[in-house]
Design a protein around this ligand. Sequence first.
Ligand code: GUN
Length: 293
Amino acid sequence: MKLIDGKAIANQIKKEIAQEVMQIKAAGGKTPHLAAVLVGHDGGSETYVANKVRSCEEVGFKSTLIRYEDDVTEAELLACVDRLNKDADIDGFIVQLPLPSHISEEKVIESIDYRKDVDGFHPVNVGRMSLGMPSFLSATPAGIVELLKRYEIETRGKHCVILGRSNIVGKPVSMLMMQKGYPGDCTVTVCHSRTQNIKEICLQADIIIAALGVPEFLKGDMVKEGVVVIDVGTTRVPNTNTKSGFKLTGDVAFNEVSPKCSHITPVPGGVGPMTIVSLLRNTLLAGKKAIYS
Ligand code: GUN
């Protein structure tokens, strides 16, 4: 069993990005600039956004954090998006999700200029990704594919089972895994809360991507020997033994499943660290106008 070390790969890619930023600056080019919009004080969102801003600084980007209280109106938030769309110094920006229930996430995402949508959530980017065209790939699917690539895991002709059909992980990663070429060329099955015989389907899988948000859903008797398991789960399960009062728990019962795997990602330290790197890469591409001019 080989542990897929997302933290190490993420650090390596960060170094590669920092190197490129140095070269851009030395040649008199523009410093890539990412803005993040954070609404409210959700613990998870606070941590994620703080990590994104810190990572920007580590690789030499400029970053701007814009904060609103929970009671911000949809109109105010849309006006903020409009300003960021028009601000020539901002190469890309994200609006951290989830948003309070009185604000339509769909409306906010659609109002973002797709050329600055470094989260890859805008329908134009999702559509282009599905068609195999150059686009901003969303962070988690891009991170998963990058891990498979860096560990030279064979995907061609393999049966990839995806657990979960969310717009930000399940659906897009299913498109990437079935795309022509490497990493891709998989036969893909997407399972969700209404799927029957999940165990039988999982037992046929060469690669399982677990992204349903149910802690330790995938058990040892649901996988075959030699399977590759990518665990996208990050549920905060209350735990009295940790300083924070919770334990980040994946969708895979690691102790049962890992002995049967050829490769597996841990939680934390697997897919998680890769997601920020994908955002940094998209921002670098946005700064270079590499996808949209
Ligand atoms: N909430 C959870 N993941 C993400 C992400 O990748 N981007 C944004 N904007 N919000 C999130």
